[in-house]
Design a protein around this ligand. Structure first.
Ligand SMILES: Nc1ncnc2c1ncn2[C@@H]1O[C@H](COP(=O)(O)OP(=O)(O)OP(=O)(O)O)[C@@H](O)[C@H]1O
Length: 470
């Protein structure tokens, strides 16, 4: 059985999910309850909410990300049995390199495919394959389960899942793609009950998939959609008045917050722009932008280049006296320091020379991918380090700052844009993070010559924003 709770931003979905888990929890049961979500941020929120309500996190309540759940509970244990595919670990290494710059899209695609199948041969599943692999394990309709013997293996897997898992609580279900939804549906219908919460309006990665899945299952007795919650505990009414214009008909939210709320803007014509923005960034407000652009970078500090598993193996055998993890970490740091001083090719050459590893074309390609992935995640030239809107999903702060870019401005003004697509949903997410004030930061350098300062200010004021007072 699958129960689906749909609700808008700040309705209390995550909080309610934790409450349901606590109510369902039975300290005498050996079976596990899984609280599954999409990001590590959300994982922490759920764990904290359970701890707040129960006082501790019991051993048989497992809070994990979707990928961890599918890998540890479905793919690693059962894929050898039903698919004859053994995976012992996963990798999120980059699957293709952009080097040389003239490389065609098809060639990159071929390289990605070959990386994934090479990894598979050594028992490593690439994270991009997780949903499909999980679905193949649990669905007897998969074309290769084409005999009664194979189908009965799948049924056996469901019996095992059923004996190990009590119930699955799934947060942010709108972030799953079609394949993952199919996999969870199969599990929910056959082996373990699922309670899922989601908001199709916040579907940023696959804007159509969750909505499509709900529509397909309208008449399915095993998928029960609960009445939509139309209140928001977080977002003040003043801000909802704007975010509601991004909701489908009949899904407007009403605020339960006692805060009146403010919509403000600040532009680079204001001498205090830099000080105001820097202050909000430093004091932990949610400051976000669509993607890194101009003076604004979006990556986390402290990332290291990720090696392919084969490269990792090659490097760790060179230092048998140390633990593998220590060797990998040290060499990642060494490679990162080379990359910060040299171009990618020079860094790879120096890296191999220092380790006395002879040049090999395939190894060079693999290190190129690691270097590119790392370089893309670093941007020291940007003045402001902010978050992507993507990463603010599920988060909240008293004051939130949204950096205006042309695409966001166009969508915010609903100026001949497609409704309910990715950008539309992104704007809805950005509008609904603040508990008290949403500030739009207008950087005229970022917007470019096509935009006129006074026109932008007039437009923002027409939808309820007022100038931020110094
Ligand atoms: N029953 C409740 N009692 C008190 N506070 C609540 C309750 N439910 C939710 N809240 C608070 O309201 C805010 C929004 O809740 P929550 O994050 O669960 O909403 P959400 O629907 O998951 O939001 P989003 O769609 O943005 O992910 C949080 O600060 C949460 O602590």
């Amino acid at each position: 059985m699958i129960e689906v709770q749909i609700a808008g931003a700040g309705a209390g979905k995550t909080h309610g999910l934790a409450k349901k888990i606590v109510a369902h929890y039975d300290s005498t049961s050996y079976r596990k309850i899984f609280a599954i979500t999409y990001t590590n941020n959300a994982k922490q929120n759920i764990s904290q909410a359970i701890i707040n309500q129960l006082g501790y996190l019991p051993d048989n309540i497992v809070v994990c990300t979707v990928h961890t759940f599918l890998l540890n509970e479905i793919i690693y244990p059962y894929s050898p049995f039903v698919l004859n595919e053994v995976h012992t670990t996963s990798s999120q290494c980059k699957t293709f390199s952009n080097f040389p710059p003239s490389k065609s899209a098809e060639k990159k695609q071929r390289e990605a495919k070959s990386t994934i199948s090479r990894l598979k041969k050594i028992g490593v599943i690439h994270v991009d394959e997780t949903y499909a692999a999980a679905w193949r394990v649990v669905d007897e309709n998969y074309s290769k389960h084409n005999s009664q013997k194979k189908k009965s293996k799948v049924r056996k897997v469901h019996r095992l899942i059923s004996s190990a898992i009590d119930k699955i609580f799934l947060d942010e279900a709108q972030d799953l793609d079609k394949t993952a939804l199919k996999a969870f549906q199969t599990i929910g219908e056959i082996s373990a009950d699922i309670y899922m919460v989601g908001d199709p309006k916040q579907a940023i990665d696959y804007p159509k998939d969750f909505k499509g899945w709900l529509a397909t299952n309208k008449a399915n007795e095993k998928v029960k959609v609960l009445p939509n919650i139309k209140t928001s505990r977080r977002v003040p009414q003043r801000i909802l008045d704007l975010s509601n214009t991004f909701c489908p008909k009949g899904q407007d939210q009403v605020s339960l917050s006692e805060v009146e709320g403010r919509l403000t803007y600040i532009t680079t014509e204001n001498d205090h722009y830099d000080a105001v923005l820097s202050n909000y960034i430093e004091n932990g407000s949610l400051v976000s932008i669509l993607r890194k652009e101009g003076n604004y970078s979006t990556k986390q500090a402290g990332l290291l280049p990720e090696f392919d598993p084969e490269v990792e193996e090659l490097l760790t055998v060179k230092f048998p006296e140390y633990e593998d993890g220590v060797v990998t970490y040290s060499l990642q740091r060494f490679f990162a320091s080379l990359l910060s001083k040299n171009d990618n090719n020079g860094s790879i050459r120096k890296f191999l020379a220092k380790l006395e590893i002879p040049y090999d074309k395939e190894l060079f390609k693999q290190l190129c991918r690691s270097a590119e992935q790392y370089s893309a995640s670093k941007d020291n030239s940007a003045k402001y380090r902010v978050s992507s809107i993507h990463r603010t999903k599920g988060l909240e702060a008293k004051v939130c700052v949204l950096i205006l870019t042309p695409a966001i401005f166009k969508c915010l003004m609903q100026d001949s844009v497609t409704k309910f697509n990715k950008t539309w949903n992104i704007v809805y997410v950005a509008l609904t993070r603040a508990e008290s004030e949403l500030i739009v930061a207008v950087d005229m350098d970022l917007l470019g010559d096509k935009y006129n300062h006074d026109d932008i200010v007039r437009s923002l004021e027409s939808i309820g924003f007022e100038a931020l007072k110094n």
